[in-house]
Design a protein around this ligand. Structure first.
Ligand code: MG
Length: 243
């Protein structure tokens, strides 16, 4: 045997013998024992998991408020809340940064349903669009599940108006430096009716109807906002988990 190969083989064999002699479990070297994840009991179906913050359980708007802190002016009944046209948007009283958000929404059917326009504004600023994109055409970067005027959804998974739809949203808040510059843009993943439609998309800035989005430095946590576009869009089963 070549001298070099002999010495390498001898070295490996002697290492194994030493490790065995020291009773070292080499597989255990790469096992990590902390932190132990907290136990969360999952909900059945779309029911909230045990650590979720319930934002709307079908009975009350007490987790929400209108502009300038007035009581949330939308209507509640039959286990859902519905936009009251021209009464303004509503905000959560609690503020959030990085979150997992679940909500169910329904655009009205019939000729009086309008476009079914509403929206979920993450941190009150970054809109995931709600719209009747089953029937109505709008520029694709403004259709249901778009990041409004920024990111077109990968597919259109809308159900018939009058049927309930789900959004599961994973949102990572932006970060800013001391000079107010954005250092980490916000990112968002949207699952619409169980289908990924926005996959870890970078948000360019605050949603704007006219003009290009830009970032303005803001706190780490801000309220969520639901849009009142004066179409009678309904919501139910809204819960959130802080990440
Ligand atoms: Mg909208």
């Amino acid at each position: 045997m070549d001298k070099k190969i002999f010495s390498i083989t001898t070295m490996i064999l002697s290492s194994v013998i030493i490790l065995k002699a020291q009773n070292v479990d080499r597989a255990a070297v790469t096992e990590v024992h902390e932190p132990v994840p907290p136990v969360v009991t999952p909900g059945i179906g779309t029911a909230p998991p045990s650590d979720a913050i319930i934002l709307f359980d079908g009975t009350s708007l007490d987790k929400w408020e209108g502009r300038n802190g007035i009581p949330a002016p939308w209507t509640v009944g039959d286990g859902l809340m519905t936009v009251l046209p021209h009464s303004g948007d509503i905000w959560t009283k609690q503020k959030f940064g990085d979150i997992q958000l679940h909500l169910e929404w329904r655009v009205p059917g019939g000729v009086e349903g309008g476009a079914g326009n509403s929206g979920v504004f993450l941190m009150g600023k970054y809109e995931v669009q709600i719209y009747n994109s089953f029937e109505k055409y709008i520029y694709p970067n403004g259709q249901a599940a778009s990041i409004y005027k920024q990111s077109i959804p990968l597919v259109n998974v809308c159900r018939n108006p009058g049927e309930w739809e789900t959004f599961d949203i994973i949102f990572m808040a932006p970060a800013f430096n001391d000079r107010g510059r954005v250092t980490h843009p916000a990112r968002v993943t949207v699952i619409h009716n169980g289908v990924v439609v926005q996959n870890n998309v970078e948000i360019w800035g605050e949603t704007k109807h006219i003009g290009l989005p830009t970032y303005t430095k803001h706190p780490d946590k801000l309220p969520l906002r639901l849009q009142n576009h004066s179409d009678r869009v309904s919501f139910r089963n809204i819960w959130v988990r802080e990440l």
